[in-house]
Design a protein around this ligand. Structure first.
Ligand SMILES: NC(=O)c1ccc[n+]([C@@H]2O[C@H](COP(=O)([O-])OP(=O)(O)OC[C@H]3O[C@@H](n4cnc5c(N)ncnc54)[C@H](O)[C@@H]3O)[C@@H](O)[C@H]2O)c1
Length: 340
């Protein structure tokens, strides 16, 4: 479908410029995208990013309290006719303080020809899905034969990472998990173990999980200070480490001394570094995750390489997934029109 055809199709459902399509989180979910669908869409977005077929300025943010951030994340992916912006917050104390999720926000999509807004939808579910999709696609490209995976942080992201990882690391036998809150580990096991064959094991501490796993990820919290929960001494050659929480969780020496430090977006990592998130300096970047998925750059070149692949989240993935949700919602009549 080209831009004209797309606009014509959308115009049959909403009066562009006068109306917008609104969807709650439940409605976003009920459009029925599966984990395989999300993996396919996310891969398309990463490959478009790797091939530089996109526009996406590094996310800008505001920080009303020291421990929180809001990000404005616009993107345009021409191959998917996907144009829009995510406006997302991260308040790490929300679960304990308000019994609300750490991450909430909205997604806005626009018509390519007139620029008018055409859709507003919840973005928390999209974020919860596309983030593990990026991690596990990168894991499969960098470490396809892994039999062990470790997940630090068993909240929204941790649960989805364990669900998604078995789709791409097909040889996984054991998944170690660790969270400072035991009940979060129990909840993850109760909700995910019945769905997957790999055995989920409750880790005792950071060291045990780090030493037991070939591929590791973390989704805990993001602050400027590196907490170094995992020591460099516990890491070994040949491992693949995929943080979703930037520089907070791991000893900065790990990324600095890694054979390859790969990032989803160089622009974004440089922007975070300028804002003070890498007080010890941004490690030397080998290439971008999308370049590896597009086959443009080499990932793992030997079994002994220590690889860190930091994916902080890119709006190219959000707009591509959101656009597919919008298409399905319009086709199925899920959601409602609101006047502009
Ligand atoms: N990279 C991305 O694209 C992306 C996208 C969304 C969220 N995130 C980040 O992922 C992180 C988690 O998000 P979420 O929505 O899953 O949050 P959440 O609050 O649902 O889960 C966080 C979990 O981490 C645990 N935790 C906190 N400190 C820990 C520690 N020191 N060791 C082990 N576990 C610890 C908490 O107990 C909690 O279970 C946040 O930092 C968020 O900003 C990244």
């Amino acid at each position: 479908m080209d831009m004209e055809q797309d606009r014509k199709w959308v115009s049959e459902k909403i009066n562009i410029g006068k109306e917008v399509w609104y969807m709650t989180q439940d409605e976003v979910i009920s459009t029925g995208l599966t984990e395989e669908d999300i993996l396919g869409l996310t891969k398309d977005a990463l490959v478009a990013h790797g091939n530089k077929h996109y526009e996406m300025p590094a996310k800008i943010g505001v920080h009303p309290h020291p421990e929180v951030f809001f990000h404005a994340m616009p993107a345009y992916v021409p191959s998917k006719l996907a144009l829009g912006m995510k406006w997302i917050e991260c308040y790490p104390n929300n679960p304990s303080k308000f019994k609300l999720p750490q991450t909430t926000g909205l997604m806005l999509l626009n018509d390519l020809l007139s620029g008018c807004p055409i859709a507003i939808m919840d973005c928390a579910w999209i974020t919860a899905m596309r983030t593990p999709a990026v991690t596990v696609l990168a894991a499969a490209a960098l470490h396809p034969d892994a039999e062990t995976f470790g997940m630090f942080g068993c909240g929204v992201q941790g649960i989805e990472h364990v669900k998604y990882v078995v789709h791409t690391l097909k040889k996984l036998k054991k998944i170690y998990i660790y969270d400072v809150k035991e009940e979060y580990m129990d909840k993850l096991i109760a909700s995910v173990q019945p769905k997957i064959a790999a055995k989920i094991i409750k880790g005792k501490n950071y060291e045990e999980v780090t030493k037991a796993c070939e591929v590791l990820s973390s989704a805990t919290f993001i602050v400027k200070k590196p907490y170094s929960f995992v020591n460099y001494a516990w890491v070994s050659k040949g491992q693949t480490i995929l943080p979703c929480d930037l520089n907070t969780f791991w000893d900065p020496a790990i990324a600095k001394k890694a054979d390859k430090y790969i990032v989803d977006s160089i622009d974004e990592h440089e922007l975070f570094a300028k804002a003070g998130y890498f007080p010890d300096g941004l490690p030397k970047i080998a290439c971008e995750t999308g370049e590896i998925l597009a086959g443009l750059k080499k990932g793992r070149e030997s079994a002994s390489e220590l690889i860190v692949c930091s994916n902080i989240g890119m709006s190219v993935c959000d707009v591509v997934v959101a656009r597919e949700i919008f298409n399905r919602a319009l086709a199925k009549g899920i959601g409602r029109k609101l006047p502009l």
